[in-house]
Write a protein that binds this ligand. Structure first.
Ligand SMILES: [Zn+2]
Length: 197
């Protein structure tokens, strides 16, 4: 049993993401959500300890293409780690059925859990409107700019200021021009299979 670390929306530091360690070499637990961390992410600058891609993303809102990778939604009923665990589950299941994981991609099949998982992701995505109404934006990069301008005291209390704001992955993660998110989801799936054997 590990004690999870608190996970707060944070600008992080600008850094280039790279994933040059093969998926099979990394089987560690994310310090923030308790799930398998999967493919190692070397350069999520400013993230302390082992983090899965979803928890690392929450802490690196200054990433160059963050607005394509994620959006801000207002979901006070779920903690950020719970949101990450839920969306990981959605993406793992879609990928297992050979469906695309991008939130804007409609599944090609309507079997099993696929329709309800798709609608879960869309319902979370709809909460962008409430984030915009409450915070004035659903853009992670705009939120990062605002966080960077906060005085130190306010910054350290940002969880309270941000209330129910959560980062929702849009099912993409860029390493330069390549979307490596499908590989990351596959690394979670591979480690799950290994753990079961
Ligand atoms: Zn995590």
């Amino acid at each position: 049993m590990i004690t999870l670390r608190p996970l707060s929306l944070s600008p992080g530091k600008t850094g280039v993401l790279s994933c040059d360690v093969p998926a099979s070499t990394m089987e560690a637990t994310c310090y923030y959500c308790g799930c398998d961390a999967g493919k190692e992410l070397n350069s999520f600058s400013g993230v302390e300890g082992t983090a899965c891609a979803l928890c690392a993303l929450v802490q690196t809102l200054v990433r160059p293409r963050i607005d394509e990778e994620a959006c801000i939604v207002w979901v006070p009923e779920l903690s950020q780690p719970a949101m990450n665990v839920m969306i990981r589950r959605v993406h793992l299941t879609l990928r297992a059925h050979k469906e695309r994981v991008e939130t804007d991609a409609k599944p090609t099949k309507a079997v099993g859990l696929i329709p309800s998982l798709y609608h879960t992701a869309q319902a979370l995505l709809d909460r962008r409107r409430e984030a915009t109404a409450r915070l004035g934006t659903s853009s992670p990069s705009e939120l990062a700019d605002a966080l960077l301008r906060l005085p130190a005291e306010s910054y350290s209390g940002r969880d309270r200021l941000l209330g129910g704001a959560r980062l929702l992955s849009l099912g993409k993660l860029f390493d330069g021009t390549s979307d490596i998110y499908p590989e990351i989801v596959d690394s979670w799936a591979a480690n799950r299979r290994t753990a079961r054997n």
